[in-house]
Ligand binder design. Structure first.
Ligand SMILES: Cc1cc2nc3c(=O)[nH]c(=O)nc-3n(C[C@H](O)[C@H](O)[C@H](O)COP(=O)(O)OP(=O)(O)OC[C@H]3O[C@@H](n4cnc5c(N)ncnc54)[C@H](O)[C@@H]3O)c2cc1C
Length: 238
């Protein structure tokens, strides 16, 4: 059966960094998707229906009536959206899909590893935890090149300040020694992940971003930290 396509209006299109745009797609009247926080949507433009690309929804189930996506200027679709998507445009959207879902169940803990724009689904996790006032501990370890590349910096720090179960930690990988950044430097490594682990058997680990970063994260988790594969969820962006 062909997937049901919905035409959505670009209700908001805001540059949140010099190369990242937050786009809000308004659901059409009567649209009621089976959407779960952490899923992605596949979008395309009306003039190029054969060119479709997936974007993680960075809003959550509690954000009713629209999907938000955070898009980086990269490749054909990423560049077109960042440089050209504007309020009033129409985009076509396939139903939400994917199994990269937060597990907020009792006794569970989540440790999320993000690379670059791979933080987008974790913004959705953090929003759901905040809006539902959930007590599940959620730690986001976020690797970026420089502090200027942190997407949703203010929002994620504010959510973490308001929710003592949420921890948002950043590491920068491409700083010169002279850079004044006082935070962590270098890639996400096993030692840093280990510091976040309180109850290994009940912790679900998530990794999202470029394939190389996600595969390295999986290697660290399985081979250096002994995490069971069934407790790891990954989303590779290619
Ligand atoms: C499940 C899922 C969720 C995703 N969520 C997001 C998200 O939330 N935000 C986001 O920004 N992206 C996300 N992506 C990636 C997104 O789908 C697109 O792949 C991305 O925007 C790039 O657009 P494109 O595929 O049209 O690029 P393409 O033009 O197909 O290029 C693909 C890659 O190749 C590189 N490339 C292209 N031409 C050359 C060349 N000549 N030399 C060297 N390199 C080249 C591009 O820089 C790009 O990195 C997600 C992907 C998946 C699978």
């Amino acid at each position: 059966m062909p997937k049901q396509v919905a035409e959505m209006l670009v209700e908001n299109a805001t540059m949140v960094l010099s190369d990242v745009k937050l786009v809000r797609l308004r659901w059409p009247v009567g649209y009621s998707p089976e959407f779960r926080t952490g899923q992605f949507i596949t979008v395309y433009w009306p003039d190029t229906p054969s060119y479709k690309r997936a974007y993680s929804v960075c809003s959550c189930v509690e954000d009713k009536g629209y999907f938000e996506i955070g898009v980086k200027r990269d490749g054909k679709m990423g560049t077109r959206i960042v440089d050209w998507a504007k309020v009033g445009d129409k985009m076509l959207v396939l139903p939400p899909a994917g199994r990269f879902l937060p597990e907020f169940g009792p006794g569970k803990r989540m440790v999320c590893l993000a690379g670059g724009s791979g933080v987008t689904p974790f913004r959705a996790f953090a929003r759901e935890a905040a809006l539902r006032q959930l007590s599940t501990p959620l730690t986001i370890l976020y690797s970026v090149r420089t502090p200027a590349d942190v997407i949703f910096n203010d929002e994620l720090h504010e959510l973490a300040e308001a929710n003592r179960n949420l921890h948002f930690r950043v590491t920068c990988t491409r700083l010169t020694p002279e850079d004044p950044w006082k935070g962590r430097r270098g890639r996400i490594n096993a030692a840093w992940i280990k510091e976040q682990i309180v109850d290994l058997p009940n912790t679900v680990f998530y990794a999202c971003g470029p394939t190389v970063m996600v595969e390295e994260s999986e290697r660290l988790l399985v081979h250096e930290l002994g995490v069971a594969k069934e407790n790891i969820r990954v989303e590779k962006w290619g």
